[in-house]
Design a binder for this molecule. Sequence first.
Ligand SMILES: [Zn+2]
Length: 84
Amino acid sequence: MKGFMNRNSSREGVYTDETVHHCTTCGRCWEITKLKSRSLTSGYFFYTDFPTYGKQKKTCGQCKGENLVLRKNTGMPFWEIQKS
Ligand SMILES: [Zn+2]
């Protein structure tokens, strides 16, 4: 599922940070991902110390009021999206 990504032809190469967005509401960079080990659970990683230059500005799920639950079993905080 990469349909939400916008391809920018002016940038060369494929970097993982192409999927990292910058939320101007909370000022954090964030990335939506799926944890295969948790049966394709979707959620967010937030990066508070991350360069925002060139990142696509997009409001994160937390600022949009999505129902997120913090999981700390992945080495870094993972905010799991609750479906209900
Ligand atoms: Zn935010």
